[in-house]
Design a protein around this ligand. Sequence first.
Ligand SMILES: Cc1cc2nc3c(=O)[nH]c(=O)nc-3n(C[C@H](O)[C@H](O)[C@H](O)COP(=O)(O)OP(=O)(O)OC[C@H]3O[C@@H](n4cnc5c(N)ncnc54)[C@H](O)[C@@H]3O)c2cc1C
Length: 499
Amino acid sequence: MNSIWLETFKYNKTFEKLDQNISCDVCIIGAGIFGLTCAYYLTKHGFNVAVLDRDDIGTKATGHTTAKITSQHGLIYKHLIDDYGLHFAKSYLYANQKAIDNIKGIIDTENISCDFNFENHCVYTTNAKDLKSIQDEINAVNSLDFNCEFVTKTGLPFDILGGICFKNQAQFHPYKYLCGLCNSISGRAKIFTHTTICDVKNNGSFYTSYSDNNYKIESKFVIMASHYPFINIPGFYFSKMYQSTSYLIAIETNKTLFKGMYLSASDPIFSFRTAKFKNKNLLLIGGADHKTGDSHNYSTTYGVLENIAKKYYPDCKILYHWNTRDCITLDKIPYIGLFSSNLPNFYIGTGFNKWGMTSSNVASNIIVDMINGKKNPYSFAFDSTRVNPIKNSDEFKNIIVQSSKSLIIDKLKKSNLQLDNISTNSGGIIEINGQKVGIYKSLDNKFFAVNPICTHLGCLLSWNDIDKTWDCPCHGSRFDYKGKSLYDPSFKDLEVFEI
Ligand SMILES: Cc1cc2nc3c(=O)[nH]c(=O)nc-3n(C[C@H](O)[C@H](O)[C@H](O)COP(=O)(O)OP(=O)(O)OC[C@H]3O[C@@H](n4cnc5c(N)ncnc54)[C@H](O)[C@@H]3O)c2cc1C
């Protein structure tokens, strides 16, 4: 299911697949918001840049986001001050605030028409038990010399008990923005699509990136902008972040919609914004998040959002449904900087924790400064080589437990499902001669069989009955029912069985 963004705008440019060996100053792997923002700034600094994407530009996380541009990443600032101190929290806040100005600056300079508008963003609660956290967050944000307001009235169609509001945040159409970025760089950067990068090797003073069709890109610098890195060692990102999926719907209603953007303060988290659609506004409702690869069905995901829509807007028509996922770090702070301390000139920006609109801009500026040999005042707060997340977090243990479960325990468990029990348009894992086989039974009762073992690190995949895909509960890779790799970190297709 495609997002409102990909459905309502068609980009008039296409890019070629890489068909020869090339060399450049900087090889950027991935053409989402992070990769393209890096390319934008680097070409402005005169670097010769190549951007390569395994798909079309902007069609993965960025093409399916909610696209709120805000420094209010939930109730984060009290936690940042408590855990890392005022200077750290202030750096996080001002880096993200600056990102809002930077995005507006790019839009103005390049004349990108992308429905950008400033709106307030508010984290609200309807539960008395959360009011203290809201008040604590207000005190925390004020201590960072940043203005925020306590509000009890919003345009939302239900009463709130209180909320913390950041003024002059923004929202836009992310796909129009990315296409605008591509237009501004395409004379100055080489962009290749449908080109998967499978490996990157360090050859002393330069790097060689290898494409799936056996071409090489030689460059002094490499930026891994593939969302979840596909290189496991060094870096070890698979052990320090996981993917989380959330769902969105866009509804049309004759009721007057509110102004502003909203997020609930505690679970269940819901996100609200409006978006331009023809001559009117649609309402976007997001939420129902879960760890990617966990088993869910329509009623626990889109159903939850549809119930909210129907409760408050009984006349509503649901026009679009979509979902995507993002990388969540163990300490909820992105990883930005060197891919590994052993690999000079090889950079990464990942783990944007569902706040990648501003975080990707922060990341691009930090990395461009690193490439230019310039000190960035915010880089210390996001250092990708930090070890604290692993040392401190219970979530690290959770990742290891989940990985061991899917890598070893679940593989040993016998599946009770039989071929005859698989419903039409559904799937599951059966056993044939002791071998696990992933089966999908199509609407016309054809069977599609794959080896349900993730090609990234070998975890047992789980069937996703909402999207009819095979998803990895360890690291979030996704494959279609025919075994084609759809989402990072995997890039190799599943083995297909005849049945
Ligand atoms: C439901 C949801 C709602 C969200 N809402 C918001 C929001 O309101 N505000 C906000 O700030 N953030 C939000 N986010 C987060 C934001 O969408 C992401 O952080 C951001 O889009 C990530 O951008 P990216 O460029 O890193 O990744 P992507 O957009 O996924 O780009 C990565 C690119 O790399 C390519 N690629 C992958 N592997 C390879 C390879 N081996 N070779 C070549 N190319 C490769 C992919 O095809 C892809 O195009 C949300 C996230 C979710 C899940």
